[in-house]
Design a protein around this ligand. Structure first.
Ligand code: FUB
Length: 459
């Protein structure tokens, strides 16, 4: 296409700006817009390190990939680069692309695909991204921790030529205390810590084993934060079979820390690792963690999640129960993935992948017992009247769905009659007597039948 001609002809300029707006619209609508768990669904992501920078939440996860031909360990973690994601509402996420790749770090042994859990922190307007990886053969043993520096959270990042001296291990975590002293924590079976120099690139103290933590069982993935003068050292720990998230508290960033409790239990479905971070954003605390939602048969292909976290009055952390619904408010005019529900009836409700050969296509929800129901919390119906609902469904028997707002005893706002048929159809129905604002949505199967629901949206 001759771009010069295109931009000089006024008629074409008009249509090109229309074309551009359309393109932007298409790009926006194909963005990963999810306020449910997992919140990134076009790639595997793990070990989410969340940070609040300039009023936005940035997530620096590691990036699991299926093992390529040249990687012999098909049953192991395989990670070659890092993306960064950001959001201002925890519902709409932007992928800023790859910020560091094993191919462009001199000291990394790229045959090992070992770009494991990273972290990032801001100091004096610069962003320091810490990442572990296997060092090249002959230049030392095992994992080193490197740093890449940028002027913006989304990069571009400049890699330091060598990993940090004196550090052998994985899972870097950085904390800057109120007095400006920075600390680096990492793990290798146990949790280690040291002070960092002002330049954020070198250690400024001896390496210490963090004490007074549970003595037995693997501990990794440290994440330290401070709240009301208490330092919370949080970490995944294998107490029984797999990792659960625990925490210990102390009066000093280097401890000693006293075991204080469990933040999240072991995965009920057996995902061996968990790895997390904790932030406060706009007055609410959140736990970022991972699970193998998109790869239930292989727990080295994981996906990042968010749930709200609460403190008790004495500063202890309430256990977080993992949810599919996640956090954030869903726009009623957007796509509501009802299979990421808040709660379901005991009987007659299940979820399945839409296409088991391509899990990235997502899930469907199935209702197949009279009265079976699904509840989806926090849908924003806006300020205007809601007139109709469009629901993408499949039902070989035909079925009727009743939609209600907030409570099971609330009046029906829509009755959706789904004719019997093959494959997916979009069915519309009128919505009545629904007050504007944010509501929980309840969908109940009326009478007999079976229906599969992919998604819905209001108008
Ligand atoms: O993602 C690879 C490793 O698995 C991380 O470094 C650990 O924390 C565990 O999540």
């Amino acid at each position: 296409m001759n771009l010069l001609y295109f931009t000089k002809n006024p008629d074409i300029m008009k249509s090109s700006s229309l074309f551009l707006s359309l393109l932007i619209l298409i790009m926006l609508s194909s963005m990963n817009v999810y306020s449910q768990n997992p919140f990134i669904r076009d790639q595997f992501t793990a070990d989410p390190s969340a940070r609040v920078f300039n009023g936005r939440v940035y997530v620096f996860p590691s990036h699991d990939i299926p093992a390529p031909e040249d990687f012999a360990r098909k049953d192991w973690f395989c990670m070659e680069d890092y993306h960064v994601f950001s959001s201002s509402n925890l519902s709409d996420w932007t992928d800023h692309g790859v910020i560091v790749s094993q191919e462009n770090v001199n000291w990394v042994n790229s045959a090992t695909y070992s770009m494991w859990a990273p972290d990032c922190i801001e100091r004096n307007g610069r962003y320091y991204f810490y990442f572990p990886a296997n060092v090249k053969p002959g230049s030392g043993r095992g994992f080193g921790i490197g740093v890449a520096v940028a002027d913006k959270p989304e990069g571009p990042y400049t890699r330091q030529p060598e990993p940090i001296k004196g550090v052998v291990g994985i899972d870097p975590n950085v904390f800057i205390d109120k007095d400006g002293q920075a600390y680096l924590y990492w793990s290798q079976g146990n949790i280690f810590g040291a002070k960092l120099k002002e330049n954020m690139l070198e250690l400024d103290s001896e390496v210490t084993v963090i004490k007074e933590m549970p003595a037995k069982g693997l501990k990794e993935g440290p994440y330290l934060f401070e709240r009301k003068g208490t330092y919370y050292m949080t970490y995944p720990h294998v107490q029984n079979r797999t990792e659960r998230l625990e925490y210990a508290t102390g009066d000093n960033p280097m401890g000693p820390f006293k075991f204080a409790g469990v933040i999240m239990d072991e995965s009920p479905t057996g995902c061996w690792t968990n790895h997390h971070s904790i932030i406060e954003y706009e007055g609410q605390w959140y736990l970022f963690y991972h699970h193998n939602d998109l790869s239930p048969k292989f727990d080295k292909n994981r996906s990042v999640r968010i749930d709200s976290l609460f403190f008790n009055d004495d500063g202890s952390i309430r256990k977080v129960i993992p949810t599919l619904r996640g956090v954030g408010v869903s726009d009623a005019r957007g796509v509501i993935e009802i299979d990421r529900y808040s709660s379901i009836s005991e009987k007659g409700t299940s979820t399945e992948f839409l296409d088991p050969t391509d899990t990235f296509k997502g899930w469907k929800l199935i209702l197949n017992a009279p009265g079976s129901w699904v509840k989806y919390n926090s849908v924003d119906f806006g300020k205007k009247k809601t007139g109709s609902v469009e629901i993408t469904v499949s039902s070989s028997t035909g079925a009727t769905l009743l939609l209600r707002a907030d409570k099971p005893e609330s009046p029906v706002i829509s009755e959706v009659n789904i004719p019997a048929g093959d494959g997916w159809n979009t069915v519309s129905a009128r919505v009545k007597k629904l007050k504007p604002g944010v509501h929980h949505l309840l969908i109940t199967l009326k009478g007999e039948g079976e229906v599969e629901i992919d998604r819905l949206s209001f108008k």
